[in-house]
Design a protein around this ligand. Structure first.
Ligand code: FES
Length: 157
């Protein structure tokens, strides 16, 4: 079962239609609604090559991202977040954007890239994309630190 499919049983079809309609009325794009209802890469990663720890943004919501890196390329990324629609959609999107990029390329991913890929977020929730950007940067920094001092891996699990 794919990671996307694992999450689809949260709502039955009728609930999902009602939720979609309500979110559309609230100004959420189809991509945001899809990523919130079916978040990609949602969940923890037990064996990783870098993790953000729990990063909390100024609004009080939190996110954590884990990375698996093969050579210089991010091969897997997973995230957890608070229930905020913008944060879940942004975490889902940034993990998709990060996979198959080099660590250096991923450092350049910004909230603008997330917002563009999601078709935007309502203005009052645009900062949710920044939470995902900052959390990914923390995970990348942790990866670089682990690479520079591999013995710290013992304490990072
Ligand atoms: Fe705080 Fe979305 S991340 S409102």
């Amino acid at each position: 079962m794919s990671e996307k499919a694992e999450r689809t049983d949260r709502f039955d079809a009728a609930d999902e239609c009602e939720i979609e309609e309500s979110l559309r009325r609230d100004g959420y794009s189809p991509a945001v609604i899809d990523h919130w209802l079916h978040p990609r890469n949602f969940g923890r990663m037990t064996s990783h090559d870098g993790s953000s720890g729990v990063y909390t943004g100024p609004c009080g919501d939190s996110m954590a991202i884990w990375l698996k890196v093969n050579g210089e390329t991010i091969s897997r990324a997973r995230f957890i977040s608070d229930i905020c629609i913008g944060a879940v959609a942004s975490g889902s999107m940034i993990t998709e954007l990060a996979v198959d990029r080099s660590v250096t390329e991923a450092m350049w991913l910004t909230s603008s890239d997330i917002l563009e890929a999601l078709g935007g977020l309502p203005d009052e929730y645009a900062h949710c994309a920044l939470l995902a950007e900052k959390t990914l940067q923390e995970a990348l920094r942790d990866h670089n630190a682990l690479k520079a001092t591999p013995w710290k891996r013992i304490y990072s699990r």
